[in-house]
Ligand binder design. Sequence first.
Ligand code: MG
Length: 210
Amino acid sequence: MHAAEQYIESLYLADEVLERVKIGIREANMPEISIAFGYGRLLTLLVKTAGARRILEIGALGGYSGICLARGLPADGRLISLEINPDFAAVAARHLRMAGLDGIAEVRVGDATESMRRLEEEGARFDFVFIDADKGGYPAYLEAALRLTVPGALIVADNALLKGKTFNPEADGPSVRAMRAFNEAVASDPRLESVILPAYDGLAIARVKT
Ligand code: MG
């Protein structure tokens, strides 16, 4: 973490629920790659200010970002979080329950592309999509998100920088190429207006044009 990020984080009281989630993730031997503290706060703020009511999350991991998203929802809102790893999904569901958000949040186990296709067939539509899953899948997740969202919806994605690999000309590989393609699509797709924040590991925020 950069000194600037550390300084900003030091201004805030520790979030007891999210601290417990991080411990739970460590104890479950899961990768400790939850969204950064500041971006978690930003997710809650974005959901609230956008007045989002139906959120789709791609990649639940241990439920950290799911909690941040669901916290922004009204009591009758809904979060569907997709997770391919059933063990991770169980941890995420436990953490959402611990946070008192299990009434509005649901973790679905399965391949995200398949789950999104099914949601599309069911006619489900979302006003907020958060992408934080396998990086190779990002370009396809963006296309699927565009099919699943209403005009004015927000599509937010973590890890735009891939620890600096996306802008390092020497870095290569399927994940790097996919993330570069994703970032370029976010920046130039005529269906979107967007910004990509370069703090932490980079966060893309796009709005589906009306
Ligand atoms: Mg991430």
